[in-house]
Design a protein around this ligand. Structure first.
Ligand code: GLN
Length: 536
């Protein structure tokens, strides 16, 4: 058994500096050196998980194989490192307090006063170490959400301080800060970094490595100054310059020796260079496309950068396989109707209708799908997008006037999408959907079977409603085919149209499984179809 080393990633000065990308890049570099790595995020908010948060709050909710609804940074972890995450990889203040309070109610503290220190901090440390116990890991990377100095992150920082003290050199703290450029003064400023390190020091944590997010290169002078004021060696001051793409960051961090610095501090070998051949090939393809395709992303959160994060990233992966740049045109479903659909969607090479909840924008999605179906434009429906395709087909092909999902109209005469039997008895909203990976049997001879080149696939779900099998025969006879089936529960997971070059709706979320190392076959094939359509 290895002695696991712990890497903590904290952030200072401001949020949105890219701790998730730095953590993912560290994971990528260590994996590329042959180390075994797992990576987790500790989120200081009180929600048990982001499942009940709307995308305006924290962007997309990422779903793991074991059905955890997690922070979107776990998506980056998987896409960069190709290591699958799980429930144990995302811990919130809510989860920590819930387990401590449950234990208190059971009397397990034997009459002690239950306190933030040691009970909450012990629980946090337990969660960090738990991840290490799940495998034979060389490194556990723990990203602490929020910014140092936040009231709510204090117990997490205290847990880091304790682990640091207990583990000594088996523990490294990487602190990400901002070095802003003041145009008026014409110089980079180190003061915010000094202050944020001081804040960490007030909590008893001396960072080992300072990663400086900056828009201009750091001079030797700046590096020396940061080193001096923050008690780290100059080689531990790492420049993290604004990059063209997030996928450049592992390479930039390699050039800055971030991985080597970590290995040096933890007494791990660094005589061999990491193998980044595949990553560099991917980057080359990403930066040298030979064409482009225009994909319409139809959804109701399109103005939010992070709401469809995994879908956007999946298109980047799929574009490189096809040698094209995928230009995503965000189209707000609420504003699509018969009068403007041609103008809004007419010039696209492919249309993706996004997942979602709630009635807002549904009719626009249905209008968009009809347009894609009739004009034989490649169409990809994900979760709610698939359900809308079923509703559209019911209304406009089968003549089921008023067909709907019972999520939006309980009294519809044709409930072609209905609540799942297993969901009927469930009361609460948090963590109660059909979540995580389920097997899906593909129909031989179908398009999806050709695409996956497999008989049985496992894809991740997050939904309550499903295709209503009472209508199956009608749909099949008219050319909308069930081509993916969950055999155990007899659920239709994939539909495709016979009379269309590429029209696929999936009840699951393929976007959660696309990584740089393994772009998702459905996205790859969809982009290929869009490319062919654009060459028509
Ligand atoms: N609202 C739909 C359901 O619960 C679709 C969910 C989704 O798109 N993730 O079934």
């Amino acid at each position: 058994m290895n002695k696991t080393k712990y890497i903590f990633v904290t952030g200072g000065v401001t949020s949105s500096l890219g701790k998730g990308i730095i953590s993912s890049s560290i994971a990528k570099l260590l994996v590329a050196r042959g180390f075994t790595v797992n990576i987790q995020k500790l989120d200081p908010y009180i929600n048990i998980d982001p499942g009940t948060l709307n995308p305006y709050e924290h962007g997309e909710c990422f779903v793991t194989d074991d059905g955890a609804e997690t922070d979107l940074d776990l998506g980056h972890y998987e896409r960069f490192s190709n290591v699958p995450t799980s429930q144990a990889n995302n811990v919130t203040t809510g989860v920590v307090y819930q387990s401590v309070i449950t234990r208190e109610r059971k009397g397990e503290y034997l009459g002690e006063t239950v306190q933030v220190i040691p009970h909450i901090t012990d629980e946090i440390k337990h969660r960090i170490k738990l991840l290490a116990k799940r495998g034979d890991y060389d490194f556990i990377i723990t990203e602490i959400g929020g910014t140092v100095g936040d009231i709510e992150s204090l117990p997490f920082i205290e847990a880091v301080r304790q682990m640091r003290w207990e583990l000594g050199r088996d523990c490294v703290v990487v602190h990400l800060t901002l070095v802003p450029y003041l145009a008026a003064a014409g110089e980079l400023k180190t003061k915010p970094t000094q202050h944020s390190v001081k804040t960490l020091l007030e909590s008893g944590v001396q960072p080992d490595i300072i990663v400086c997010r900056t828009e201009k290169h750091l001079s030797e002078g700046i590096r020396t100054k940061i080193a001096l004021f923050c008690n780290v060696s100059p080689s531990a001051v790492i420049e993290c310059i604004d990059a063209e793409t997030i996928y450049d960051v592992p390479i930039l961090m390699r050039q800055e020796n971030l991985d080597q610095e970590i290995l040096k501090l933890t007494n791990m070998p660094f005589d061999q260079e990491p193998d980044l051949t595949d990553w560099n090939q991917f980057l080359y393809a990403l930066k040298h496309p030979t064409g482009e395709v225009n994909i319409g992303l139809v959804g109701k959160y399109v103005e939010l950068k992070d709401a469809y994060k995994s879908i956007n990233e999946s298109f980047i992966h799929a574009g490189t396989v096809n040698g094209v740049k995928v230009k995503i045109k965000s189209i707000h479903s609420e504003f699509i109707d018969e009068t403007n659909v041609t103008e809004k969607l007419g010039n696209l090479d492919g249309i993706l209708v996004a997942p979602g909840f709630g009635e807002r924008g549904i009719e626009g999605k249905i209008t968009a799908i009809r347009f894609a179906r009739v004009h034989k434009i490649p169409f990809f429906g994900i979760c709610l997008g698939m359900q809308c395709a079923v509703i559209e087909f019911g209304r406009n092909v089968l003549g089921l006037t008023g067909a709907h999902s019972t999520e939006f109209n309980k009294l519809t005469p044709y409930p072609v999408i209905d609540i799942m039997e297993m969901q009927k008895k469930i009361a609460g909203l948090g963590g109660t959907m059909r979540l995580g990976a389920y097997p899906c049997r593909l129909k031989p001879g179908s398009l999806v079977h050709q695409i996956y080149k497999e008989d049985l696939v496992h894809e991740r779900h997050r939904h309550r409603f499903e295709f209503n099998n009472d209508y199956l025969e009608k749909y099949q006879n008219a050319g909308m085919n069930p081509v993916g089936l969950n055999e155990k529960d007899n659920l239709i997971e994939i539909i495709e149209l016979s009379d269309h070059p590429w029209f696929i709706g999936v009840q699951f979320h393929p976007e959660y499984k696309s990584t740089v190392a393994r772009p998702h076959p459905l996205f790859v094939s969809f982009v290929k179809a869009a490319k062919e359509y654009s060459n028509r």
